[in-house]
Design a protein around this ligand. Structure first.
Ligand SMILES: Cc1cc2nc3c(=O)[nH]c(=O)nc-3n(C[C@H](O)[C@H](O)[C@H](O)COP(=O)(O)OP(=O)(O)OC[C@H]3O[C@@H](n4cnc5c(N)ncnc54)[C@H](O)[C@@H]3O)c2cc1C
Length: 607
């Protein structure tokens, strides 16, 4: 407790009384905000202020234990967004959690460490983002990482992983049933890949690396980059429970000179803070575009609808939203083969918790999403039927990259892990998801009130390619479940029409119990529309690109047409990546830190 009270992290009331003298203001402690707060203050000279709407991460146990990540959802440190009704998903509003605490979503996420596909970044370069191809970003991926080898993964080439960075990664102990998932994936034609994070790319089936430290604790943006030593720097100030409500522009409207903030808990007390050199937005894919628009920077027509004077017409703010859509498919398993005992029984889980608290690691160090299979749905080895000979299916994948990932989880995942498999049953879950959706949506304002959440419309499954791709992903999951050796662990039945549901148990298991080869694409698509959920990876709403015509920021991550204002978070991705977004975001921030330091150094030289 003493540690918490002596925390160097400040709050809004401190800010009200503080003497203001900041060179750089960073808005939002997303993983990229944490990277920048660390890197920009490491010279001991640049005075940095990091502003976070949520609280500190230091006293929140569920954020530290890898296995309890889902307990953070719907908590006081989750923003708890919901999308607009999705017309292609039976008009459902989907739950979108986002972390509201130091570290942002990196403090509540599933801890999967993934570089994604090299050609994802080459695509960025092709789209006009010079220097942001794989060769340009790989040094930043390696700079951030401190990989600790793990027994059973001797086939990972350590020299291809980072070893001196602040962000700790390793492997956990996968359950035998999950190792059988990997073998079964090989059986259906997806090769084994010992390491998803190399220049050779990410196609294949394997166990995930996770961002877990040597004590078995989560290594988040906050724990890795905002260590007690970093927080003790006299030139770094971190303020929590403080919502940034507006960016302040100079009187000629050409330069960002500061921000307006409010007490997030009391929802009042506006205060203006000035930045001598830069304001950097790292408030994430939802809040960054909202904040730009609240400040009069965005699509003119939309701003006028909300009586916000347009100071800088920037049509792409809030546009180009992409997200990864997944379908959880549960398969009945034999008793004793899964980890349902850990998820569903607090008494059984207690010894595991005590073991973890004593730093003895154990089952609590699993992130649950232990394994995955990445593949292309146009791979002839997987033998899918062409839907229409005249209009053959064309995958949206990048060259040599996958378009589907199937995650394997050794428990029955219902409601993101908040509910377990039906009583008396055991399950594993496979989550096929679209890696390169064509569907794009937007973040738009509901009002000019900074406390009101914006409208989130990811526009899921709005193209036939996306529907076909997802259906092929689900088919492959069903094939893996019926392949050796996994099928021996499972207790599958034979359901003819999965969409005929008359009990909660059937609602959970019908698709997993059905035979893929007997189902039409339409029958599978019908199930997907009822069950699909987010995989939590929104990107692109302030994307990087050539000009105001196609994007929001340039290749130095400066907002087009404005001085002193940058964006550095997942909203700058020109197009989504083929996997999990956090390592790419951290790499973007590491690279951005070098770019910003160079420009700050030039400024200091002129001062
Ligand atoms: C439940 C979940 C599971 C995930 N699992 C994985 C995974 O296993 N692996 C992986 O690679 N990725 C995962 N992700 C995605 C990954 O965490 C994000 O891509 C990453 O955190 C970057 O997101 P972001 O840039 O949108 O910002 P976020 O991480 O969402 O952070 C934004 C921060 O800004 C703060 N903020 C927002 N508005 C304001 C404001 N106006 N003033 C002050 N502060 C503000 C927020 O409170 C928050 O701290 C997951 C995400 C979630 C939510």
């Amino acid at each position: 407790m003493g540690k918490i009270f002596s925390s160097p992290v400040k709050n809004f009331s401190w800010l009200e009384q503080a003497e203001q003298d900041f060179d750089v203001i960073i808005v939002g402690s997303s993983p990229s905000g944490c990277v920048l707060a660390n890197r920009l203050s490491e010279d001991g000279r640049t005075k940095v202020l990091l502003i976070e709407a949520g609280e500190t991460n230091s006293n929140k146990l569920w954020t530290k234990i890898p296995a309890t990540w889902s307990k953070t959802l719907w908590s006081s440190y989750d923003w708890q967004h919901y999308t607009a009704p999705q017309k292609n998903l039976n008009n459902r509003k989907l739950f979108w959690p986002r972390g509201k605490l130091l570290g942002g979503s990196s403090s509540i996420n599933v801890l999967i460490y993934h570089h994604c596909a090299p050609s994802d970044y080459d695509k960025w370069e092709e789209m006009g983002c010079e220097g942001w191809g794989y060769e340009g970003l790989r040094p930043a991926l390696l700079k951030s990482e401190r990989y600790t080898p793990h027994k059973g993964h001797e086939d990972v080439n350590e020299s291809e992983r980072g070893k001196d960075g602040p962000w700790q990664t390793t492997f956990g102990d996968a359950q035998p049933i999950m190792k059988n998932f990997v073998s079964a994936a090989e059986e259906v034609g997806i090769p084994y890949n010992p390491d998803l994070n190399t220049p050779r790319g990410t196609i294949g089936a394997t166990q995930f690396s996770t961002f877990v430290d040597q004590k078995g604790h989560r290594s988040s943006g906050a724990t890795a980059y905002l260590t007690p030593e970093v927080l003790a720097r006299p030139n770094l100030t971190v303020v929590t429970s403080t919502l940034t409500t507006k960016i302040i522009l100079s009187s000629d409207g050409k330069r960002a000179i500061g921000v307006e903030v409010a007490d997030d808990k009391k929802r009042m007390g506006r205060l203006t803070i000035f930045a001598k050199k830069e304001v950097i937005l790292t408030a994430g894919t939802i809040n960054t575009p909202q904040l730009l628009m609240l400040s009069g920077i965005g699509p003119k027509e939309q701003l006028e609808q909300h009586d916000i004077p347009c100071k800088h017409d920037l049509p792409h703010v809030g546009q180009n939203l992409q997200d990864h859509l997944q379908v959880p498919v549960l398969f009945r398993a034999k008793k004793g083969r899964t980890m349902d005992w850990l998820a569903g029984n607090p008494i059984m889980a207690l010894p595991a918790l005590i073991r973890w608290l004593l730093n003895l690691k154990g089952p609590m160090t699993t992130n649950c999403a232990e394994v995955a299979a990445f593949f292309r749905t146009d791979d002839p080895k997987l033998n899918f039927e062409e839907p229409d000979e005249k209009m053959p299916y064309v995958s949206n994948a990048n060259p040599g990259a996958p378009d589907i990932e199937i995650m394997g989880v050794p428990v029955g995942v219902v409601k993101f892990g908040h509910k377990q498999a039906p009583k008396g049953t055991n399950a594993i879950t496979m989550m096929p998801y679209l890696l390169q959706p064509e569907s794009m949506g937007s973040i738009t304002l509901k009002s000019d009130n900074p406390f009101e959440y914006p409208d989130i419309d990811p526009n899921y499954l709005s193209t036939q390619t996306d529907v076909t791709c997802l259906v092929r992903g689900v088919r492959t999951a069903m094939r893996i479940a019926r392949a050796n050796p996994l099928v021996e662990d499972l207790a599958l039945r034979d359901v003819k029409d999965p969409n005929m549901v008359s009990s909660e148990e059937e609602d959970v298991y019908n698709l997993g119990d059905a035979r893929e080869e007997k189902l039409s694409d339409e029958e599978i698509a019908k199930w997907c529309k009822r069950k699909a959920e987010t995989l939590f990876h929104p990107t692109g709403t302030a994307r990087m690109g050539r000009s105001i015509e196609d994007s929001v920021v340039d290749t130095k991550l400066k907002v087009h047409g404005l001085e002193g204002l940058r964006v550095v978070d997942a909203s700058v991705f020109p197009r989504t990546v083929s996997g999990h977004t956090m390592a790419p975001v951290i790499a973007v921030a590491e690279k951005a830190a070098d770019i910003i330091k160079e420009s700050l150094n030039a400024d200091f030289y002129h001062d």
